[in-house]
Design a protein around this ligand. Structure first.
Ligand SMILES: *Cc1c(COP(=O)(O)O)cnc(C)c1O
Length: 417
């Protein structure tokens, strides 16, 4: 593979090969990651990368848009159809710029926004202090309930009545339960706020019918396209008619220049894939797998935030097993299980070595693994927890995992022996 790269640039070629091997040989449990199809990869690596097309279809600042206009309209039509949205914008470069465009389009600097706090599962762009969204807007953060770890709409309503935000953000990067978007919408309506739902993590579950859709309830839904949705790295906005004009203007010319047309091509392909029955079954399998993983981890004495999961991820408090997030994540990687350490709500430990691990099942589900494999993975996680300081034991597990992975083909990766 990559013969031209091999000739031109052996260093990058070497890294491509190494990364190919890493993605094949390891169990990838980072909930925001996946394996895209060969078709999505091909479109991403296509000649649409050569074309400039600032503006929107029919209103461009460059000539030669015969194919790009058709392509962008196709991606928009597929996005609207798949999610039942009145309007769609497929140009945001990624999830963070998509959110920024919503703020820029709907708010004035200094307006109040209400978002889920980062250590409780929110995203940086939901108003966290180090983000532009937390410094250019008046950000008020809500938390999950201290006892249950669940979003609590009564707490949220009280806060919204007191703070009168202009925009409420729902959605998370580390929340293992179904989100009541209708409940959020009722609160937003009561205080006269816009509702932005950021479904970056769960877009694929929504598309596949494994999580209720926010689209009927939100003024605007933002998402990444590369997580559970299994498309290229990018961002997308689904909008109500009444806010679409302002937000489109905020994306371009407000925030961005030319759209990444190769990404639009790959997104169109991914949206077509996401409209299939096969994708529905993938989405439901992600959830079943996360639940199987959760159950077995509980049997091994781990504590789970909210006690389990309804979606694609499990938030594990590892402190009952006598360790913390960072060293365990490192030991797991050595053993061939890739995940990330994460704060748990009201974590007494620092963010650089928190109490938790965040585990997700999208990538392993794409490889065709099922509940039996999830139980095996949970057993390995427990074993690594025991032997975490023993390099030889970790290397032995890495060998077992490499062999195990060879039974599960990874889309886009040609290798296997
Ligand atoms: C991943 C994520 C983003 C940011 O996406 P990038 O593409 O990394 O910029 C935004 N919001 C949520 C909820 C996310 O999970």
């Amino acid at each position: 593979m990559w013969r031209a790269v091999e000739t031109t640039d052996p260093e990058v070629h070497h890294l491509l090969q190494e990364e190919n091997r890493r993605q094949f040989d390891k169990i990838r449990l980072i909930p925001s990651e996946n394996y895209v199809s060969r078709a999505v990869l091909e479109a991403t690596g296509s000649i649409f990368t050569n074309k400039y097309s600032e503006g929107y279809a029919g209103k461009r600042y460059y000539e030669g848009q015969q194919n790009v206009d058709t392509l962008e309209r196709l991606a928009i039509a597929r996005a609207r159809e798949l999610f039942g949205a009145e309007r769609a914008n497929v140009q945001p470069y990624s999830g963070s710029p998509a959110n920024l465009a919503v703020y820029f389009g709907l708010l004035e600097l200094g307006d109040t926004i209400l978002g889920l706090s980062l250590p409780h599962g929110g995203h940086l762009t939901h108003g966290w202090s180090v983000s532009i969204t937390g410094s250019y807007y008046r950000s008020v953060q809500y938390t999950v309930h201290p006892e249950t770890g669940l979003l609590d709409l009564d707490m949220l309503r009280e806060l919204a009545r007191k703070e009168r935000p202009k925009l409420i953000v729902a959605g998370a990067t580390a929340y293992p339960r179904t989100i009541d978007f209708e409940g959020f919408a009722a609160i937003a309506a009561e205080v006269g706020a816009f509702l932005l739902v950021d479904m970056a993590h769960i877009a694929g579950l929504v598309a596949g019918g494994a999580h209720p859709s926010p689209v009927p309830h939100a003024d605007v839904v933002s998402t990444t396209t590369h997580k559970t949705l299994r498309g290229p790295r990018g961002g997308m906005l689904l909008m109500r008619r009444k806010v679409a004009k302002r937000i489109n203007k905020a994306v371009f010319p407000g925030l961005q220049g030319g759209p990444h047309n190769h990404t639009t091509a790959a997104l169109a392909v991914a949206l077509r894939e996401a409209a299939t029955e096969e994708f529905q079954s993938y989405a439901h399998s992600i959830v079943k797998n996360a639940q199987a993983l959760a159950e077995r981890l509980l049997e091994h004495g781990f504590k789970l935030v909210t006690g389990g999961t309804d979606n694609h991820l499990v938030l594990v408090d590892v402190t009952p097993r006598g360790t913390t997030g960072k060293p365990l994540a490192k030991a797991l990687d050595t053993a061939g299980i890739v995940c990330n350490y994460n704060t748990v709500p009201f974590d007494p430990r620092p963010p650089m070595d928190p109490s938790g691990l965040r585990l997700g099942t999208p990538a392993v589900t794409t490889r065709g693994m099922g509940p039996a494999e999830m139980r095996r993975i949970a057993d390995w996680i427990a074993e690594v927890t025991e032997v975490r300081d023993d390099e030889a034991a970790l290397a032995k597990i890495a060998g077992q995992i490499r062999e195990f992975c060879h039974n599960f083909p990874a889309p886009g990766i040609e290798l296997g022996s």
